[in-house]
Design a binder for this molecule. Structure first.
Ligand code: GAL
Length: 663
């Protein structure tokens, strides 16, 4: 992916003269302004937007598709049974999800993972179910199998049904077989059960004929079948070019991978024009999907497979924890399915199991159970069934939790709920030593002089109200999950960082894709400490953040630190769904003190429904923060643009400090 390094457009833009500087607010109408200089192509720009990624569109550019207004909840066979899935096991968990009341709490999807397929029938390519394990799919003639009876049964239980495929020709269990894997059978062509070159045919079968509601599309076909693979050399599988190099973003075919997943999205939209589907992208956070997943799927994996180990869970949590601006109703970061019930999260490790569940809940992760529910002990059912915690995950505003305090040992994550003044909090001790944690009113963006009400969501008990601060003693791996109510620090109005679901990253300003070093790296299970150890692998370093710079520094302009604001790179454009609910937009803007690039100037521009409303002068490093204060009455979509004059050698970090909307 050499072209990702310095796109030609960027070099061209660097040699162009900068746009003349303009006065600050108030402004003449947009039409009277000189045209902006062409801009470098941002690495990620919204689908369907104009060529210039900084050009405001005046409309909310996020595509709306599928049926996932809230994080999907349900059950999946993989973490419970791997390929040893069968109909009896699946129905055992489906019946239990109803009988235990979990369905009524929202766990509706019953998803079949890898292992269901017998083969792709030749020559017509129709997929055949392995009826030895799914007997209700049996039909005459025998290769006319159908999942319809099973799906109908699930629907009659007021459940929904999910199916699984691969974006390539072959699937994961074939590429990484285990001793007990049930694998597709037959000729090379018959064993090509992935949907590559069969997207329309397969999705029509799964959705129109069989009636599924949800599909997970894995990615092993794009990385496990290179020419050098022994199983390919031996003729077992056809070679497929290696599109995904999991630990090398520079060698990964980002655009091709995105294009393949977009074909699935488009086929689903054609086959289910009423939007009744959920599309789950599973390429393990590779190919910069953490930036474009929102445009293509309803959920997208942000990391490698979760394992039932503490450090794996923490790693997967980290892969979503800094991506709060990429998630929202219809589109969710997916740190993988729950492993509650197994290994470090089994019934003997309820502290870890609760922390795992609480972290998933506050991050708006899909809550997909991976356990044989027909034999689940009460202690585990109480975790999945913690109604007040599930309600936080399912809060309709869809704001992912934002990190309010961060360190390697402890974190405080705060999620704004749909009721103003109501928030959820998780304080987590990631370490193995006891922790004395203090929760400050400032973490909550609440007034420190007014009482703050607190409810412990695990015990479902109110704790004494506090002002200013309260504290908790947490053992190893322990967390506390609270619901709090207080008087917002902004008496009227909200910080943008309190409404991440209403922000859409239309252009991220990233020059060249780089691996994100913030994600915890566990010792690999397969290879242990052979070799030199895992390195940062997932792109996304430099994406905009709430209450942090893109590189995880505190927001700071000319020596003044700001607890609230949006940190971004220059040449970014963020959209804010204002829906005509606010009258004023305000922010203190400037180049961040942490910016490596100190030679260029940046103009901060605020657009309302496509019209320029106000802008800063061209600001340089170490200029004092400039106050933007703009009338946004009646505006539906605000767009905030940080426009760099010329192009620096290093990324320029900018801060929209204390950015807020008020009614
Ligand atoms: C992996 C995927 C898992 C599971 C498995 C099946 O690629 O991440 O969630 O689906 O394949 O083989």
């Amino acid at each position: 992916m050499r072209s990702l390094l310095i796109p030609a457009a960027m070099l061209l833009a660097a040699s162009l003269p900068a746009t003349p500087s303009l006065p600050s607010t108030p402004l003449p109408p947009a039409a009277a302004l000189p045209p902006a200089a062409p801009l470098p192509q941002a690495t990620h720009a919204a689908a369907g937007d104009a060529q210039d990624p900084l050009q405001p569109t005046g409309h909310w550019s996020e595509m709306s598709f599928g049926d996932a207004p809230l994080p999907p909840m349900g059950w999946n066979s993989w973490n419970a049974f791997h390929t040893r899935i069968d109909e009896a096991k699946l129905m055992g968990s489906a019946r239990a999800i109803v009988a235990t009341g979990l369905r009524d709490l929202g766990y509706r999807y019953i998803n079949i993972d890898d292992g269901w397929w017998q083969k792709r029938r030749q020559p017509d390519g129709r997929m055949v179910v392995r009826t030895s394990i799914f007997p209700s799919a049996h039909a005459e003639p025998p290769e006319e199998t159908s999942f319809r009876p099973l799906v109908d049964r699930l629907h009659s239980m007021q459940l929904r049904a999910g199916i699984y495929t691969d974006i390539g020709r072959n699937a994961c269990a074939q590429g990484y077989p285990q001793a007990d894997s049930l694998l597709p059978t037959g000729s090379v062509a018959e064993r090509e059960v992935g949907s590559f070159d069969h997207v329309d045919q397969d999705l029509s079968l799964y959705f129109a004929e069989w009636g599924f509601d949800y599909i997970k599309v894995d990615g092993c076909g794009l990385n496990a079948y290179g020419e050098d693979k022994p199983a390919v050399k031996s003729g077992l599988f056809r070679a497929f070019p290696v599109y995904v190099v999991p630990d090398a973003i520079n060698q990964t075919r980002v655009a091709d991978i995105r294009d393949l997943y977009e074909r699935v999205r488009d086929a689903l939209m054609r086959i289910r024009p009423d939007g009744h589907f959920v599309f789950s992208i599973c390429n393990w956070g590779t190919a910069n999907v953490r930036a474009w997943g929102r445009d293509v799927g309803n959920l997208w994996r942000t990391s490698d497979d979760i394992e039932p180990r503490w450090s794996s869970m923490i790693s997967n949590f980290d892969s979503v924890a800094t991506r709060e601006l990429y998630s929202g109703p219809g589109h969710w970061n997916d740190p993988d399915m729950l492993f509650v019930g197994h290994g470090d999260f089994d019934a003997r490790h309820l502290t870890e199991a609760r922390t795992h569940f609480a972290l998933w809940a506050i991050e708006d992760a899909p809550l997909i159970i991976g356990y044989d529910l027909s034999r689940a002990p009460r202690s585990l059912l109480d975790i999945w069934g913690a109604a007040e915690i599930v309600a936080i995950n399912q809060d309709k505003a869809g704001n992912q939790g934002v990190v309010a305090f961060t360190s390697d040992d402890a974190q405080i994550i705060v999620k704004q709920l749909s009721v103003r003044g109501d928030k959820a909090v998780v304080i987590v001790n990631r370490g193995s030593a006891p922790l004395h944690a203090t929760l400050d009113a400032e973490h909550l963006k609440f007034s420190p002089t007014e009482p703050i009400q607190v409810r412990d969501l695990w015990t479902q008990r109110d704790l004494p109200a506090f002002t200013k601060q309260t504290s908790f003693s947490l053992g190893a791996h322990e967390s506390v999950m609270l619901r709090v109510r207080g008087v917002p620090e902004l008496r009227d109005g909200m910080y943008l960082s309190e409404m991440p679901a209403r922000i859409y990253v239309a252009a991220d300003g990233i020059h060249a894709l780089e691996a994100d070093p913030q994600i915890h790296r566990p010792v690999p299970l397969g290879t242990g400490t052979h070799g030199t150890g895992p390195r940062p692998a997932l792109a996304g370093w430099g994406g905009p953040r709430a209450d942090s710079t893109p590189y995880n520094q505190e927001l700071r302009i000319r020596g003044t630190a700001y607890a609230s604001g949006i940190g971004a790179l220059a040449n970014s454009r963020l959209q804010i769904k204002a829906d005509a609910e606010f009258k004023r937009f305000s922010a203190q803007v400037g180049l961040d003190d942490s910016s490596l690039e100190r030679s260029t100037k940046v103009r901060f521009e605020v657009y309302g429904d496509g019209r320029l409303l106000s802008q800063s002068p061209e600001l340089k490093f170490d200029d004092p923060a400039f106050a933007l204060n703009t009338d946004v009455a009646g505006i539906k979509v605000i767009e905030i643009v940080a426009r760099e004059m010329g192009l620096g050698r290093a990324p320029t970090v900018v801060t929209w400090a204390a950015a807020a909307l008020s009614p």
